[in-house]
Design a protein around this ligand. Structure first.
Ligand SMILES: [Zn+2]
Length: 179
């Protein structure tokens, strides 16, 4: 099953027990649903395996693709590759609401549908590595914009300069030599 556009609502009551695959292709339109998002654009495929049983629902989310983000090194926008695998279990209960576990949610028994978009968004964000830099080329060099890197290095003191130990007093060194 391939869902198009903004259709992230699954009317699970309409499904018989079994396993179903739902494929999403996320782009700019998806990220626009989350105005607070740090990421505004991307190209991400999400393969969802939904298992429907008497006990409840189980969703596997297989995420791969890229999001547009700023490079930590040269500040240019680039496509950061992402990959991740997540599971969400849905149980039905009219008394419990909080499982204390992000991977397990409760829905009231009269509920008939679940909106996956917030879950998908959360998993995409979790798949983005904390350090984002341009990938390396075949020679192992970062593919950053060299002019930007140069300009930034000139503008900011390098880490090395900041960390340099204060010079020791040469007179003290001389004294140590005498001892
Ligand atoms: Zn870069």
């Amino acid at each position: 099953m391939s869902k198009k556009g903004l259709d992230y609502i699954i009317e699970y009551k309409a499904f018989e027990q079994g396993t179903y695959e739902i494929d999403y292709q996320l782009d700019k339109n998806f990220f626009e649903l989350f105005p607070e998002s740090e990421f505004k654009d991307g190209d991400v495929s999400v393969k969802v395996i939904m298992q429907v049983s008497i006990a409840g629902l189980s969703f596997d989310f297989d995420i791969s693709g890229s999001v547009k983000t700023e490079c930590d090194r040269c500040l240019e926008i680039f496509d950061q590759g992402i990959e991740g695998f997540y599971n969400l279990t849905v149980k039905f209960s009219d008394t419990q609401t909080d499982s204390g576990d992000d991977d397990i949610i409760f829905l009231p028994t009269e509920e008939t549908e679940i909106d996956l978009k917030h879950h998908i968004y959360e998993y995409v964000v979790l798949s983005v590595p904390p350090r984002r830099v341009h990938p390396e080329d075949e020679d192992g060099n970062l593919t950053c914009n060299p002019e930007m890197v140069k300009a930034l290095e000139e503008f900011q003191p390098t880490e090395q300069e900041e960390e340099t130990e204060p010079q020791t007093d040469p007179r003290w060194d001389k004294l140590k030599g005498l001892l």
